[in-house]
Design a protein around this ligand. Structure first.
Ligand SMILES: Nc1nc2c(ncn2[C@@H]2O[C@H](COP(=O)(O)OP(=O)(O)O)[C@@H](O)[C@H]2O)c(=O)[nH]1
Ligand SMILES: [Mg+2]
Length: 291
């Protein structure tokens, strides 16, 4: 869970990633498929530079299938490989070694032509907290791979996980800090549970979530809570939901807190459907200035 990141914190994790980058061929960047941009770190491109990269859209089970298709196109157009993964059941994970080796194909062939022995492709996982890095790594380890011990001089004390297809994965992921550059990014990270709830105002957060959901599709809330219309004010929608669910206190007062929390919980547990909170069009650069 994200609590707070201090400059010292950031520098330490950044230095570690830069250090580990020297040891690897491919960076596997894990993001949350519900917020593919807001769950990325703004400095990742600068950090990774020319290293080959794969973006894993994780938690694919929670995201909208049709919007996920649009995100694949968005990243592919930037020349970045995308793999869809559900780290809980392992769906998609088998593609990682194949795609990673494919990215290194030219180098592998060059080495072979020079008579050099084919060495395994080395990869590292990076991502902000809570995107599923540990779950992903556990799943990959569980799939018949073996952890290699320390090989002094070769791995410099690092632990590598040997995977099928001659891929080795650094067993500790690079943790990046999230960007809270604007309110909207902060909200989205809070909706998906990447910000500790106890530092948030639940009723306010719920109002913001309602704002998002009704913009995506009014029917999401109307269907889930049996409402015939949505009040204009988001706070009033909480009251509608409270009454519909019978969350009322003494004196017929709606239980705002309980209802607000339920809406957030039901979003997180996909009771409101598979919902993606941002679309590529919001992030398309304005290229007209360059031309
Ligand atoms: N539904 C779903 N939940 C996931 C998936 N991957 C991870 N999670 C959950 O997301 C939460 C954070 O995962 P974790 O591996 O601890 O994230 P980390 O901080 O990046 O290491 C946990 O509750 C996981 O069970 C996934 O593909 N689908
Ligand atoms: Mg972890």
């Amino acid at each position: 869970m994200i609590v707070q990141w201090y400059p010292g914190h950031m520098k330490k994790t950044k230095d570690l990633i830069v250090e580990n980058l020297k040891l690897i061929d491919v960076v596997v960047e894990i993001v949350d498929a519900r917020v593919p941009m807001s769950s990325r770190n703004p400095e990742i491109d600068k950090l990774v530079k020319d290293k080959k990269r794969i973006i894993v859209l994780n938690k694919i089970d929670l995201a909208s299938d049709s919007i996920t298709e649009r995100w694949i196109k968005y990243f592919n157009e930037k020349g970045i490989e995308v793999i869809l993964v559900n780290s809980i059941n392992g769906k998609g994970i088998n593609k990682i070694p194949v795609v990673a080796r494919n990215l290194m194909k030219e180098k592998i062939e060059r080495d072979l032509a020079r008579g050099r022995k084919n060495r395994p492709v080395k990869a590292m996982i990076v991502g902000i907290p809570n995107v599923g890095k540990s779950t992903f790594i556990n799943k990959i380890v569980g799939k018949g791979s073996a952890k290699t011990g320390n090989k002094p001089g070769v791995t410099r004390g690092k632990q590598w996980i040997k995977l099928k297809n001659d891929l080795e994965l650094l067993d500790t992921p690079g943790i990046l800090w999230p960007k809270f550059e604007d309110m909207e990014t902060g909200y989205k990270l809070a909706f998906i549970g990447s910000v500790k709830d106890d530092i948030l105002d639940i009723e306010n957060l719920s109002c913001e979530l309602i704002r998002y959901l009704r913009n995506i599709d009014e029917n999401i809330l109307m269907k889930a809570y049996n409402l015939e219309h949505l009040e204009e004010e988001n706070g009033a929608v909480i009251e509608q939901v409270a009454r519909s669910r019978g969350f009322v206190l003494k004196g017929d007062e709606p239980d705002y807190f309980r209802t607000a929390k339920m809406i957030i919980d039901e979003f997180r547990s996909i009771k409101l459907g598979k919902i993606t909170l941002e679309i590529p069009e919001e992030f398309e650069e304005d290229e007209s200035e360059e031309n």
